[in-house]
Design a protein around this ligand. Structure first.
Ligand SMILES: [Zn+2]
Length: 497
């Protein structure tokens, strides 16, 4: 690749909350030197003009689902449990090329909105496949984005996972949901081992991981199997933990302790473990996560949309948990916009109460969405613009309306930017977005393919949609009833609702 020098831009300084003019020298996709304007560079270096641009580290999405992108905007008023019930309808019967397409749509949206890496929990029913995972990896590769791609797996259906739900279904529906059974866990573990063993991509850019989806949906033997597999292969583990109050109550019923205490006892927690959401964590749970150097991906937009509550991110930081920020999938967020996720993280922390000193600061939020998420993904040289780090850089147009005038770059990235000022995006020294357009990707072609895919999927998933329609009223009344049962949370301060 050789040398590139970026000249004329303003570089975000997170610690000082300012953006002085700096030039950046890049060699083979890695930042070599940062200096005052006029920085010396080899004669043959490619020059990038960043005049009137604000440069900040690529945002890193701590939690998303590639399969969600083809289902964007399907549900407007779903709880998490209704969304899970709708899963076979909105994500079922996907062919390999549709898994690729769904991922491509999300990757395009993320890079166009300043995000350069993500942790993707992708679902395949009834068990993950080598072709499926490689198709997802290839989509990120084709866009030029970094990603951790984790097959989202379970060996227990949603209806078996929630105590009492199966019994609440009429006999005819009990029989119908039986066809939603997942593969036995040993088959899924074997498939994941095959995925990891033959992984064809550069792991510095795109690497696999494991994602036992929700501990309640996995037998203990399966959770331990995922742990062993991840540890042997040196890969991450990501799981939805304490996302909804239904889960929190169900965990106490099933394990006699919180979900976090249970998976800690199973030996799952460690530096490679990421909790998605963590809305219903108590102090003891957070301490366990902190003691194990685990991370939480804080997904405030999804938590609000699905009615799960407000995660207590301030307390997580106080107790030493690494905080990442994520959008969650397009079927529960619905866009893949990290600026919006950051703004939501700020606003929901304010909504918790008038003690403004407890609110997350814009500085803490940008740090979480860059360095914090980088740590959650397990990539050690992204999330900062400094020598030795990969050149993953977003160029915001300071002539765009969000930046007129520039008063405080950190506050404005969180509170005034919405993704519309993203002019260019560099990943590993290569421009993947230039002049607000994807490089080498034709969005209009993707739109045509997406329309055709959605038409085909609507047809093949019609029986799954019909089943959803029959289940909605039962799940939609049973689960809120369960959530209303007493659940003692030992947290400091008020409960989320
Ligand atoms: Zn999720």
């Amino acid at each position: 690749m050789g040398f590139t020098v970026v000249r004329g831009g303003r570089l975000l300084d997170l610690d000082r909350q300012e953006a002085p003019h700096r030039d950046i020298l890049i060699e083979d996709g890695v930042i070599k030197e940062i200096g005052l304007p006029g920085l010396a560079a080899p004669e043959d270096a490619e020059v990038i003009d960043a005049t009137s641009k604000l440069m900040h580290p690529g945002l890193i999405n701590g939690h998303t689902h590639s399969h969600g992108n083809l289902a964007k905007g399907t549900g407007g008023r779903w709880t998490l449990e209704l969304l899970l019930t709708a899963g076979p309808w909105i994500s079922g019967n996907r062919q390999t090329e549709e898994k690729y397409l769904s991922t491509l749509i999300g990757a395009c949206e993320m890079v166009l909105k300043g995000c350069t890496a993500c942790y993707d929990l992708m679902a395949e029913f009834p068990t993950p496949s080598v072709e499926g995972l490689q198709a997802v990896g290839k989509a990120y590769d084709d866009v030029g984005m970094r990603a951790v791609v984790a097959p989202m797996v379970a060996d227990t259906s949603f209806f078996e996972a929630i105590p009492g739900l199966m019994d609440a279904l009429p006999a005819s529906l009990q029989k119908e949901v039986e066809r939603l059974r997942l593969a036995p866990y040993d088959v899924t573990l074997e498939n994941m081992a095959a995925i990891f063993k033959g992984w064809p991509m550069d792991r510095e850019r795109i690497r696999p991981a494991t994602a036992p989806t929700i501990p309640l949906h996995c037998s203990d033997d399966f959770m331990i199997g995922c742990r062993n597999l991840a540890h042997e292969a040196g890969l991450g583990i990501h799981s939805h933990v304490a996302e909804s109050r239904v889960q929190a109550v169900s965990a106490i019923k099933r394990y006699g302790k919180t979900m976090t205490a249970h998976i800690d006892d199973l030996g799952l927690l460690g530096p490679d473990f990421v909790v998605a959401h963590g809305v219903w964590l108590d102090d003891d749970d957070m301490r366990r996560l902190a003691d194990n150097d685990s991370s939480v991906s804080h997904n405030p937009g999804s938590n609000a949309l699905l009615g799960n509550g407000i995660a207590y991110a301030r307390r997580m930081i106080e107790l030493g948990v690494n905080l990442a920020i994520g959008t969650d999938g397009a079927s529960c967020c619905d866009n893949q916009n990290m600026y919006e996720a950051m703004r939501m993280a700020s606003y929901v922390s304010h909504v918790r109460g008038p003690e403004w000193q407890h609110w997350l600061s814009p500085q803490e939020i940008v740090r979480a969405a860059t360095e914090g998420s980088a740590r959650a993904l397990g990539f050690d040289r992204i999330g900062r613009i400094q020598p030795g780090y990969h050149a993953d850089i977003v160029f915001l147009d300071l002539m765009a309306i969000n930046w007129i005038p520039v008063n405080d770059p950190v506050n404005q990235i969180v509170h005034t930017e919405d993704g519309s000022s993203v002019d260019s995006v560099m990943i590993g020294g290569r421009m993947v977005v230039r002049d607000r357009k994807l490089v080498g990707i034709d969005l209009s072609r993707i739109a045509v393919q997406a329309e055709a895919a959605c038409e085909r999927l609507a047809e093949v998933n019609a029986p799954n949609r019909a089943l959803y329609d029959k289940l909605e009223s039962v799940v939609g009344s049973f689960c809120p009833g369960l959530a209303r049962q007493p659940y003692h949370i030992h947290r400091f301060g008020a409960a989320p609702h």
